[in-house]
Design a protein around this ligand. Structure first.
Ligand code: FA5
Length: 337
């Protein structure tokens, strides 16, 4: 039978264990753990030591049981202490002291992609020549991408192998990713009256195999001027002024006879800069049939249009020999611009 003294002793031991668990469990650093150790396990005045002294008052028959309970409690508190010490050591090892007086890590600043820089520069130069920047949709209907530009249904330029057509419901017109920015000429002429001076820069898409001068997604700069008395001489002057501002220095522009269904006459535009001729795009006088189709009177106004490859002129300006580099997303390359 347990005596009242043994019961009290056990209750005291349990209270001590619970309090030691709370103190050691919440101790947040080595000092707090050490303070708890002294309080509970201190060799001279620790609380366990005080309880040990009560053992003397336990009746002789209960002494072995009381001793066992005491040892169990002491061991339990010892385990709690070891766990608390290990925990605060782990935390301390991970805390890197912060020196707030050190200079911070520099945050690398990005910049605009060279193609975006080129687009903005072209817009700026053309604005100085009086050309307003306009946008058009990248998903187009066949009217704006082909028909209004005098490219009839049987024309090879409409071949599914040469365009990115979008799947559409049966019976509706197949939309496509525009293959040229000349679509914007039509969109502007449909909604405005001459005189017109616009420039439009944006993405176009063709299933071309990527090589040093081709990419399936690329950018074009489209220019359109419609005014009374416009001639090829105006076209050449504008292109030459543009090229000289863009590339810097004296740039020569050469026209080679060509064909586009929506211009007559049509030319390929080459530019000579730094002793080398490079093909930059196509151009011509807007075909009178196109002017009529949008409700302009070809007897009253005439116009010129041109379309240049943005990657090609950017490559020329920056001395890039492969336009695929613009899209490899290699920051070592992009950082140079
Ligand atoms: C056209 O796209 C005509 N719309 C240009 C035009 C506009 C003519 C207005 C008359 C009046 P072309 O298909 O030649 O033309 O393309 C023009 C330029 O885009 C090319 O000279 C070239 O610089 C660039 N280009 C064409 N295909 C690619 C490609 N896959 N990757 C990069 N640039 C390209």
């Amino acid at each position: 039978m347990n005596t009242a003294a043994l019961d009290t002793f056990r209750a005291e031991l349990e209270r001590l264990r619970v309090e030691a668990e709370a103190a050691l469990g919440t101790a947040s650093d080595a000092n707090a753990v050490e303070a708890a150790r002294v309080e509970f396990l201190g060799a001279r005045s620790g609380r366990l030591k005080s309880l040990q002294k009560m053992l003397g008052a336990i009746p002789a028959g209960d002494k072995p049981a009381a001793g066992r309970h005491f040892n169990e409690a002491k061991e339990a508190v010892g385990v709690l202490l070891a766990a608390a010490q290990a925990r605060v050591e782990r935390v301390a090892a991970h805390v890197v002291p912060i020196d707030v007086t050190l200079p911070g890590e520099p945050v690398p600043r990005g910049h605009l992609h060279p193609i975006t820089q080129t687009i903005r520069r072209v817009q700026e130069i053309m604005a100085r020549l009086g050309f307003e920047s306009v946008d058009g949709p990248e998903i187009e209907d066949p009217w704006h991408n082909f028909e209004a530009l005098a490219i009839p249904p049987e024309h090879p330029a409409r071949d599914p192998l040469d365009n990115f057509y979008l799947a559409v419901a049966r019976g509706t017109d197949p939309l496509l990713l525009r293959s040229q920015t000349s679509t914007v000429q039509i969109r502007v002429m449909e909604t405005r009256r001459p005189p017109l001076r616009i420039v439009s820069l944006g993405r176009v898409y063709r299933p071309d195999t990527a090589d040093a001068t081709h990419y399936p997604m690329f950018h074009q700069v489209e220019g359109l001027l419609v005014e009374r008395g416009t001639t090829m001489a105006h076209l050449k002057s504008v292109l030459r002024l543009f090229a000289s501002s863009f590339l810097g220095g004296d740039v020569h522009v050469r026209f080679r006879p060509s064909f586009f269904p929506f211009t007559e006459p049509s030319v390929e535009v080459d530019m000579e800069w730094g002793g080398r001729w490079v093909e930059m795009g196509g151009a011509g006088m807007v075909d009178p049939a196109v002017l009529s189709a949008v409700g302009y009177d070809p007897a009253e106004v005439s116009g010129f249009a041109f379309g240049l490859g943005v990657e090609r002129i950017a490559a020329r300006r920056y001395g890039v020999s492969d336009i695929r580099d613009f899209y490899r997303n290699d920051v070592r390359f992009l950082r140079q611009f």
